[in-house]
Design a binder for this molecule. Structure first.
Ligand code: HEM
Ligand SMILES: *[C@@H]1O[C@H](CO)[C@@H](O)[C@H](O)[C@H]1NC(C)=O
Ligand SMILES: *[C@@H]1O[C@H](CO)[C@@H](O)[C@H](O)[C@H]1NC(C)=O
Ligand SMILES: *[C@@H]1O[C@H](CO)[C@@H](O)[C@H](O)[C@H]1NC(C)=O
Length: 506
């Protein structure tokens, strides 16, 4: 070949690549939808895809750039998505017209733990949600509270030993030990006595945590080619994680001989519902025969995995932010100390579901923490068919994704004046009731919101009550002045684990 052709071939090749990785970028312009200028390959998520920032920050930045728009056209990699800003539109899509948007659009192979509540879509999701909702009711959680208070007591003993010689600790790693033991107790039905790294189960769970919560480029690939994982029958979990949850399920169900054991944990409740065969409530009409879903071992394993994945890191992160905010706002911490002391005194130190849920100040502090730091971002739904956005001429096409940025909304001065200020009084019942129902959504919104919300609140609050009944948290020399997030984690996590001093009260 003549050498003179080589530059030409290169140019053609580069041009083809450029064309390929920008081919969709007129999509929103052609439809009159405004949005930020995309860059080749990455679209509008370059900073998140290159791990400079968490995608929650990227989405919130886009949200704030368009204060007057109801919706914004964005590209995740080369795929057009619609970011919803207007709360009425969000209400339509997430609640009123939910049937059109019941899918999250992240389904993958149904083997390999794929039949779990978070990832499954359409009929599988509907049946799973219907069957598993009853295990999260307040009645069931009341019966489970003792498992949490026991783990809380054990955790405080551990904190006592480690703070004797050293005040400064990484709060995130510390509270992870509590949530690991509670999720193991409640979701797996397993007791972890020793919550240090000497325990092999804690070690394995830490490894799973690292592998499952650290971003890899599979996520971006699936954004570029939606449904790729499902088509190729690929799991998003490594094989050892799949084996771990299947082995765990087999061991625990065998130990209980397939019957509820009286521990009243989630495993018991699942074994209980397995005994009910037909569920008439699943019938949508007379000819509907979708009333049956066998609760097989792999269904149980998949839910254990998702309760672990969705349940332990989210709560640990929430508690870390909460303690950070208290350390920086001593007057708020003092007020919370008063409520905790009074409550424990009134009930001789006992904590029940009702007692924990009747601590208004703790509730406000918790809600305000998740307003400032909503950690599961962005919310997303996949359109089942073409859908005209109410009040606009914009049509979301079948299989297209709509996104919501809770972080953007929670930091919008329109809904929260001085949004960067930590002020629990924003959640005074009268003030909160006057806000739009979609102005606050750390647990998502509508029929596909977080199924574990009540449990999450209970488990976090018990830990905070126990800890603050004995200790105070204070900034140390190394505490970050401004919170920074870890761009490599799936949930919005603190970048350095949050260093704080833990000091004994009294
Ligand atoms: C503070 C802690 C938690 C936060 C902030 C949180 C947040 C969320 C969010 C934002 C979603 C997506 C909702 C949507 O798309 O509208 C979600 C879904 C989910 N969460 Fe949580 N979560 C927490 C704790 C838990 C716990 C403790 C469990 C279980 C034991 C859990 C289980 C789930 C499941 C299974 C889903 C998927 C539900 C479905 O698609 O039907 N979460 N969570
Ligand atoms: C709580 O546990 C008790 C004793 O096992 C049981 O009788 C009761 O039905 C449980 N409550 C709920 C709501 O399941
Ligand atoms: C998907 O892969 C699993 C093994 O990982 C296999 O057992 C299953 O049959 C495959 N399903 C399809 C539809 O190819
Ligand atoms: C009943 O519901 C099923 C499942 O959604 C649907 O496929 C079927 O068309 C419905 N039948 C009638 C008569 O509405």
């Amino acid at each position: 070949m003549e050498p003179m052709y080589i530059p030409l071939i290169l140019i053609v090749l580069l041009y083809s690549l450029y064309y390929y990785f920008t081919r969709t970028f007129n999509y929103w312009k052609d439809r009159g939808v405004v949005g930020p200028e995309p860059v080749p390959l990455f679209g509008n998520i370059k900073r998140a895809a290159l791990r400079y920032e968490n995608v929650g920050e990227t989405m919130a930045n886009i949200y704030h750039q368009y204060p007057d728009e109801k919706v914004v056209g964005v590209f995740r990699m080369t795929t057009p998505n619609l970011l919803l800003r207007d709360l009425e539109i969000i209400k339509h899509i997430m609640i009123k017209d939910f049937d059109e948007f019941s899918d999250r659009g992240v389904e993958y192979s149904t083997d390999g733990l794929g039949k779990n509540l978070f990832h499954a879509d359409s009929e599988t999701w509907r049946i799973l949600r219907n069957r598993f909702t009853p295990i999260f009711t307040s009645g069931k959680l009341k019966n489970m509270t003792y498992l949490l208070t026991e783990r809380g007591n054990r955790f405080i003993k551990y904190v006592e030993t480690i703070t004797r010689n050293q005040k400064e600790h990484r709060i995130h790693t510390l509270v992870q030990r509590y949530t690991m033991s509670t999720i193991a107790a409640c979701a797996f039905g397993i007791d972890i006595d020793d919550i240090t790294d000497n325990n092999p189960l804690i070690k394995t769970l830490h490894k799973i945590d690292r592998d499952v919560f650290t971003l890899n480029f599979a996520l971006e690939l699936d954004m570029m080619y939606p449904g790729l994982f499902k088509k190729l029958n690929l799991s998003i979990f490594p094989k050892y994680v799949n084996d771990f949850f299947h082995d765990l399920t087999r061991t625990v169900t065998n130990e209980r001989q397939g019957k509820p054991s009286g521990r009243r944990d989630f495993m018991d409740l699942i074994l209980e519902i397995r005994e009910q065969k037909e569920l008439p409530s699943l019938k949508r009409n007379e000819s509907d025969d979708q009333t049956h879903l066998e609760i097989s071992e792999s269904i149980i394993a998949a839910q254990s995995a998702v309760f672990f994945a969705a349940g332990y890191e989210t709560s640990a992160t929430t508690m870390s932010y909460l303690l950070y905010l208290l350390a920086k706002n001593p007057h708020i911490q003092e007020k919370l100390h008063e409520e905790i002391d009074k409550t424990l005194e009134n009930h001789d130190g006992e904590l029940t579901y009702d007692i924990v849920n009747n601590m208004p100040y703790l509730g406000k502090v918790f809600d305000e923490t998740l307003r400032l730091f909503p950690l599961a971002e962005p919310l997303q739904r996949n359109a089942k068919s073409d859908y005209k956005i109410p009040g606009t001429d914009i049509v979301v096409k079948k299989n297209q994704m709509v996104l919501i940025s809770p972080r953007g909304i929670h930091h919008d001065p329109k809904y929260y004046p001085n949004p960067e200020v930590f002020d629990p009084e924003r959640f005074n019942p009268e003030i909160a009731a006057a806000r739009h129902p979609c102005a606050y959504m750390p647990f998502g919104v509508g029929p596909r919101n977080c199924i574990g919300m009540r449990f999450a609140k209970l488990q976090s609050r018990i830990c905070i009550i126990k800890l603050l009944s004995q200790f105070r948290v204070e900034p140390s020399e190394n505490t970050l002045k401004e919170m920074k997030f870890d761009p490599k984690r799936i949930v919005l996590s603190p970048s350095d684990g949050i260093l704080l001093n833990i000091v004994r009260r009294k």
